[in-house]
Design a protein. Structure first.
Length: 153
């Protein structure tokens, strides 16, 4: 079943059960998808990969908003439960990110294969790893491990 039909079914169920949190989250994802596919210059298939990109981008946006609301203290506290719910909802559709051991092994392999020893070339290594493991590796973890590996060869 495609991601689009899964979201449609979940939206119908949420509306029947009067679950506004879920319905609002799905509607926002659908809106973000519509914005992406109608954007000027968009030329791509309307498949599950696009839906996953949209959900991942939305989740990233939610995480950033959560950090900002958390930094506000008591003023931002009322918004945190809804943001946590939406972040968890998006996680249901995204592939699980790899663990640190798997990322560390990929970093070592890429550094060895590319023959990089200069820490100034960390971006080159990171780009290669992220391209090969799109969506399954956490970029911040990759960056940290690449920098560690190149700092202590």
């Amino acid at each position: 079943m495609s991601l689009e039909s899964q979201l449609g079914d979940l939206l119908k169920d949420a509306m029947r059960q009067k679950d506004l949190r879920t319905a609002d989250c799905i509607r926002m994802i659908k809106t973000k998808h519509m914005e992406r596919r109608t954007a000027a210059g968009f030329k791509g298939p309307l498949d599950d990969a696009l839906w996953l990109e949209v959900v991942a981008a939305y989740q990233k946006q939610l995480k950033k908003a959560r950090e900002e609301y958390a930094a506000l203290g008591d003023k931002g506290a009322p918004y945190l439960p809804q943001l946590d719910f939406e972040i968890a909802f998006c996680s249901r559709f995204l592939p699980q990110t790899a663990g640190e051991d798997e990322v560390r092994a990929a970093v070592r392999e890429a550094v060895t294969r590319m023959g990089v020893t200069d820490p100034k070339q960390a971006g080159k290594v990171m780009g290669e790893i992220m391209k090969a493991h799109k969506g399954t590796f956490d970029p911040q973890m990759v960056k940290r491990l690449v920098e560690e590996t190149l700092a202590h060869p």
